[in-house]
Design a protein around this ligand. Structure first.
Ligand code: FE2
Length: 434
């Protein structure tokens, strides 16, 4: 349970990529060294590395943890059911060039004493790459109606970019607490243990997850844009140290090699009293995104909306913005891209689709598949009077990835798959006057 903790009451350590430093008890953090002969307050020192030790300094990620007991003290992990969670390599189905669209994943029905927590509620759409080669991504939905009680989760396979669409959640991580609401995203680094608690279990919680198997997300370079703009580093909030001192059984679920493994610790592994480092989780409010765009003509490529980038995937947000382009078709243009696009809608509507794309829903436009505005949007935008126009009726996002996405068998047979998606492009009339 979330103990009535309000997001506004949470303290944070701001700044993407910073060397964050935090201690929940004064004096818990060693000064001047990482691994003293005896760590302060009888704590154990433990390093959690997210990149290879010899990675370039500006790309390196690691955090030193000072904890009540070391993570190493645990019984064997045993395989546990994967549910609908799948991982790369994806071979459930044949790679398919067709455009796909889904309505929202149904929220789990109230389940009495059981219910569905975040881990149970993970359902995989598809992905690419290979977890054992640490490349590619997995795309998941989650839908939950209970908090993770007495268990925690981590993915050895990748970092998790969590995009809530419905229901506020509290992430209790080894490094502290993050309050995450629809309109926020949370980035949980590879291997970090955390528990997802629902603020209001009765209302359920739902959203999207990009599991990035490869090198971690970072802020994009800005080039000629300059030193500011897009997602500003200080708006990424890391937690401050907060620990549990509980000698009670806690099930630790570890996603490893595409499968879930479980071991029961005799204490809470969220027992980190102090820490410092760069391998940390963040919460970011997408409404803080500094949207840049044309002030002359033409719709820029959507890379201008990149919040976070990684070699295998970009995370892009379509946030409220002004459209002022002159003699310009202002919605996204028709296109066929080498990149593959998974889109989701957090709230409202998206300006390239007049109908059918609803909050909680998603579309998948695979490598080189032709898409763009639907007929209604094309007709409206190509005949519109081009006054300055505020687009502020929705918040959409995209996981864009460099390799095709192979959907899971679940995804192409789910009841919420929308049949006949191709029809949104029906009726695009011939206007050729030559
Ligand atoms: Fe697209």
């Amino acid at each position: 349970m979330s103990d009535g903790i309000d997001s506004k009451d949470l303290a944070y350590s701001p700044g993407f990529g910073n060397e964050h430093v935090s201690e929940a008890v004064p004096g818990a953090l060693p000064v001047g060294r990482n691994s003293p002969q005896r760590a302060p307050l009888g704590l154990y020192a433990e390093q959690l590395s997210g990149t290879g030790f010899t990675e370039a300094r500006h790309l390196g990620r690691r955090t030193w943890l000072y904890r009540i007991r070391p993570s190493a003290a645990h019984p064997p992990f045993l395989r546990t059911a994967n549910g609908q969670l799948r991982s790369a390599p994806f071979r459930d189905t044949e790679p398919d060039p067709n455009r796909l669209r889904w309505g929202p994943l149904p929220l789990p029905l109230p389940g009495g004493d059981t219910g569905t927590d975040f881990v149970d509620g993970l359902v995989t759409v598809g992905g690419n790459g290979d977890v054992l080669r640490r490349e590619g991504i997995g795309i998941h939905w989650y839908a939950a109606n209970r908090s993770m009680d007495d268990r925690v989760f981590s993915s050895s396979d990748g970092e998790l970019l969590i995009v809530p669409e419905h229901g506020a959640i509290l992430l209790r991580t080894e490094l502290g607490l993050l309050g995450v609401e629809p309109g926020h995203v949370a980035l949980v680094p590879r291997g970090l243990r955390f528990r997802v608690e629902l603020r209001r279990a009765a209302d359920g919680a739902r959203g999207y997850v990009c599991e990035n198997y490869g090198p971690p997300f970072r802020l994009p370079d800005l080039g000629p844009v300059g030193a500011n703009g897009l997602a500003n580093p200080r708006d990424f909030l890391a937690p401050v140290a907060a620990y549990e001192d509980r000698d009670e059984p806690v099930e630790v679920i570890n996603k490893f090699g595409g499968n879930l493994w479980a071991a029961t610790y005799d204490h809470s592994p969220l027992d980190v009293v102090a820490w410092h480092g760069t391998h940390v989780p963040y919460v970011y409010d997408l409404r803080r995104f500094n949207v840049l765009g044309t002030v002359s003509y033409d719709h820029p490529d959507p890379s201008i909306y990149t919040v976070l980038t990684a070699p295998d995937a970009d995370f892009v947000v379509f946030a409220p913005r002004w459209l002022v382009g002159e003699d310009t078709f202002r919605p996204p243009y028709f296109h066929r891209n080498v990149m593959t696009e998974f889109m989701g809608l957090i709230e409202g509507a998206y300006d390239a689709k007049a109908e059918g794309f609803v909050p909680g829903g998603a579309s998948l436009h695979n490598m080189m598949s032709a898409h763009g505005p639907d007929r209604v949007t094309f007709d409206r935008a190509s005949g519109a009077e081009l006054r300055p126009q505020k687009v502020d009726d929705g918040l959409a996002f995209m996981f864009e990835t460099r390799w095709p996405v192979v959907p899971t068998a679940y995804a192409i047979s789910a009841a919420h798959l929308q049949p006949g998606y191709d029809a949104v492009w029906d009726g695009l009339e011939r206007h050729f006057t030559g």
